[in-house]
Write a protein that binds this ligand. Structure first.
Ligand code: GLN
Length: 249
């Protein structure tokens, strides 16, 4: 019997690694292993090639403006293939700086414009203050997951605008730009978000969505075995309570 495997490409971990986003990888790996999958996390350093035949999911973490500038300089070499892979349904989790870099550009506070991967129709421009704090959002109704809320922490100066579906509607906190109540992006199998926390430990439903996508990308549409997430939901509900957001199923 062959053990099924899930291979996660972690892009540019030496640069995009802000606010413990590594925790997202730990959660994906643990939850996949608990279901009997072999998990391989493949670190892809900046300027190293990505072998798309060998990966089922991409993780792109957050970074400071300084690190984003370094990454941005090398993105042109990745743009075309990554766009094609996303169009083919490759799942991506992109957090904060990584989320910004999926778009057309990120304009720094100095006015300098960092080109992005142009994979999604989104634009980011630095504001005059940072958007910081705990955040709760409500996912689109069409995503019938165990819970409809996602909780976490955000800290960004970038304001993002886009024409795609948002990952959620802001219930408490700032989201994409602090103005239109949209948070993140959800298009094809790409989940982009400003939510660190790290994101997945308190949002196991989102972790399982990404794992389900990774399997679907390889043509496996089986359902994932249910895990005991009592502690995870306690942590999730505590965040909702702290933000005075009513629990929603
Ligand atoms: N440098 C970006 C901003 O402040 C992203 C920061 C982050 O990844 N947390 O908007």
């Amino acid at each position: 019997m062959s053990v099924k495997s899930i291979r996660i490409a972690h892009l540019f971990p030496e640069l995009l690694n802000l606010y413990a986003d590594q925790g997202n990888l730990a959660v994906l790996s643990l939850r996949a292993r608990a279901r009997g999958f072999r998990v391989e996390v493949v670190p892809i350093k900046l300027r190293e090639p990505i072998d798309y035949r060998q990966i089922d999911l991409i993780m792109l973490g957050g970074g400071s403006d300084r690190e984003q500038r370094v990454v941005s300089e090398a993105l042109a070499g990745y743009a075309q293939d990554l766009r094609r892979a996303i169009d083919d349904g490759l799942p991506v989790l992109a957090v904060c700086g990584g989320y910004q870099l999926l778009g057309h550009s990120y304009e720094l506070p100095s006015g300098e414009i960092l080109p992005g991967l142009q994979a999604l129709d989104l634009v980011t421009k630095a504001g005059t203050s940072r958007l910081i704090g705990n955040i709760a959002i409500e996912l689109p109704e069409t995503l019938k997951l165990a819970r409809s809320t996602v909780v976490g922490f955000e800290n960004h100066i970038g304001r993002t605008e886009h024409s795609h579906q948002a990952l959620g509607r802001v219930l408490a906190g700032h989201g994409n730009n602090g103005v239109d109540h949209a948070e993140g992006i959800f298009v094809k199998r790409v989940v982009g978000t400003y939510i660190h926390g790290p994101l997945l430990p308190k949002n196991p439903h989102l972790a399982d969505l990404l794992l389900t996508y990774a399997r679907a990308y390889r043509g496996d549409d089986g359902t994932l075995e249910i895990l005991d997430d009592t502690m995870e939901w306690q942590a999730h509900d505590q965040m909702l309570a702290r933000l005075n957001v009513a629990r929603k199923e």
